[in-house]
Design a protein around this ligand. Structure first.
Ligand code: BTN
Length: 248
């Protein structure tokens, strides 16, 4: 059993374009330790998945990026990083409220509303992942969201309580270190099973659409690359990448 210890270095900006972008700039200039965290009170160009933006009211939510150096992980297994970050967030949020699920590929929902998003950006070297930036946006104390964000929520909206962000961050960093060390120790089956156990719609017939075509199917799994595996009502097995299928 090996254990990697994360750096305790936390870099805080009151305002920055994006914590992921800042991490990209820093790692281009210097070698920094695994587990280094960049935090921001506000992002002027917060990035979401698939070129979306990530909006967050100043000082109310967690906006952070953590650096992993997963040199042991093959590039075709990169979805394990999403899985461990999702599981760390799931457990953290589950310590404040019920009905927490992971929505493929890496949203965290509470009562079917999005509370957190993850944006993982990898630097590959050969067939290995040299550096990985895990960006996390977790809605904590925001009380309302602009109407164009589909079904958002926050810990405050779910619990009615204002949350101490320092304590929450401390808990999250411990969980991220714990889950990352499961990956270091090759506990791939346990990680995969827990991710699927908490995956929204796993094993249930749901409505999907792909390329404008609607169909009903159930999720039977996800690939280490991140593809979603569906079995249609007719028994056909289909695999979809991140942009290729949506839940209806
Ligand atoms: C998504 O659900 O679309 C992913 C959202 C990820 C947002 C976080 S906020 C901190 C980090 N910096 C960014 O610019 N994006 C991620």
């Amino acid at each position: 059993m090996t254990k990697r210890r994360f750096s305790q270095k936390h870099i805080y900006y009151e305002s920055i374009d994006s914590t992921n972008e800042e991490m990209q700039r820093i790692i281009q200039k210097s070698d920094i330790e695994e587990g280094t965290v960049i935090l921001a009170g506000f992002q002027t160009s917060g990035k979401g998945h698939m070129a979306n933006t990530w909006e967050s009211e100043s000082g109310k939510n967690l906006l952070m990026s953590m650096l992993f150096l997963p040199d042991f992980l093959k590039s075709d297994c990169q979805f394990y990083l999403s899985r461990i970050v999702s599981l760390a967030l799931l457990e953290l949020i589950g310590s404040y409220c019920d009905n927490v699920t992971i929505k493929w590929p890496n949203d965290i929902n509470v009562n079917d509303k999005k509370i957190a998003g993850i944006l993982i950006e990898n630097h590959l070297k050969g067939d290995k992942i040299e550096k990985s930036i895990a960006g996390i946006g977790l809605n904590i104390n925001q009380e309302k969201f602009s109407s164009d964000i589909p079904d958002p929520t926050s810990l405050y909206m779910e619990t009615g309580c204002h949350i101490d962000m320092t304590k929450l961050l401390d808990k999250l960093l411990k969980k991220l270190e714990e889950k990352y060390n499961m990956l270091v120790n090759n506990e791939l089956d346990v990680i995969c099973r827990s991710y699927h156990d908490h995956l929204y719609g796993f094993g249930e017939i749901k409505n999907f659409s792909s390329k404008g075509k609607k169909f009903r199917a159930r999720i039977t799994g996800t690939e280490p690359t991140g593809e979603l595996i569906l079995e249609t009502e007719e028994g056909e097995i289909l695999r979809f990448g991140f942009k290729e299928v949506v839940f209806n």
